[in-house]
Design a protein around this ligand. Structure first.
Ligand code: SAM
Length: 285
């Protein structure tokens, strides 16, 4: 991918850099992974404070420069990789000790990179990440403002806002504002489900039409009749007027359990479309 597409807005604001380093809370026997070290705005500070520093940089030129700079430091390794696909469960440093993540993330890949680490079997103990402000708000949202992204982040971690960073904190300045979040992954998953894909089929459906009432959104997303979706919501004991954004993690657990007990009602979208087309083609009785 050409460098201009890699979200390369380099941090230049010292106060934001200090705040990120403080939030990372590193000590000399910590292993830290920096995602997208770029020109190293945070890297020297990480090398100073932590025991081992693993740098994941997708841009080959930048990765080569960093490898050259830290050539003589055996506590620093540079990998020229895509952090969306990096396997933390395979890296020898991350398998043999706890690790923390620090990153000023490229906007285009902030969600998949974050989820790759949170969903890994070798999760970090903390992640201090800079992302676009709206994404940070979504990741850390409370019931009333929840989205599919809030749920995807919060079932694996708790999210805390650290600091905001306006465009002038970067060179070149991005068009949007940014925020730093600290995510603390939980020991297990905060909702108990049989498997993530199963839970997210329901969650994606619940947010299919986020402005509608929950049962209407579920009906749209699961391709089931509205009355069946309303009956599911009634079995949870929730008000039927509730909208998807108001559900807490505990509420999602209740809804998921009801859905599983009801036999996971859902239809494959193709079969509904085919049925509708077939119905249209049929002559009126
Ligand atoms: N950490 C530096 C700073 O704060 O100045 C650079 C941050 S810049 C917003 C994002 C960095 O992530 C760039 O160095 C970019 O090349 C790198 N990057 C972009 N996509 C990536 C990916 N998929 N995996 C790893 N690094 C990536």
């Amino acid at each position: 991918m050409p460098p201009q597409r890699l979200g390369q807005h380099f941090l230049v604001d010292v106060s934001v850099i200090n705040t990120i380093i403080e939030a990372a809370d590193l000590c000399s026997n910590d292993t830290v992974v920096e995602i997208g070290p770029g020109r190293g705005a945070l890297t020297d500070r990480l090398v100073e404070d932590a025991g081992r520093v693993l740098l994941l940089e997708y841009d080959t030129d930048l990765a080569d420069r960093l490898a050259f700079k830290y050539e003589s430091n055996s506590n620093v390794r540079v990998l020229n990789v895509d952090a969306r696909e990096f396997g933390s469960d395979l890296d020898p440093w991350l398998v043999d000790s706890d690790y923390k993540v620090v990153a000023n993330l490229p906007y285009y890949a902030a969600n998949p990179i974050t989820r790759n680490f949170l969903e890994s079997s070798r999760k970090p103990v903390s992640m201090v990440i800079m992302v676009q402000r709206e994404v940070a708000n979504d990741m850390a949202a409370r019931p009333g403002d929840m989205s599919l992204l809030s749920l995807a982040i919060q079932i694996y971690s708790s999210a805390e806002h650290v600091v905001d960073a306006p465009p002038e904190c970067f060179k070149p300045p991005p068009k949007v504002h940014s925020s730093v979040l600290k995510l603390t992954p939980s020991d297990g998953v905060r909702i108990s489900f049989e498997n993530a894909e199963d839970f997210f089929q329901l969650a994606r459906s619940g947010f299919k039409s986020p402005r509608k009432q929950l049962h209407n959104s579920l009906s749209d997303g699961l391709f089931i009749p509205v009355e069946n979706a309303r009956s599911l919501v009634e079995q949870t004991g929730f008000e039927t007027s509730r909208r998807p954004a108001t559900l807490s993690l505990d509420d999602w657990q209740v809804l998921y359990d009801v859905w599983v007990k009801a036999g996971r009602p859902a239809q494959v979208p193709g079969s509904v479309r085919r049925k509708r087309q077939k119905n249209r083609a049929e002559p009126p009785q």
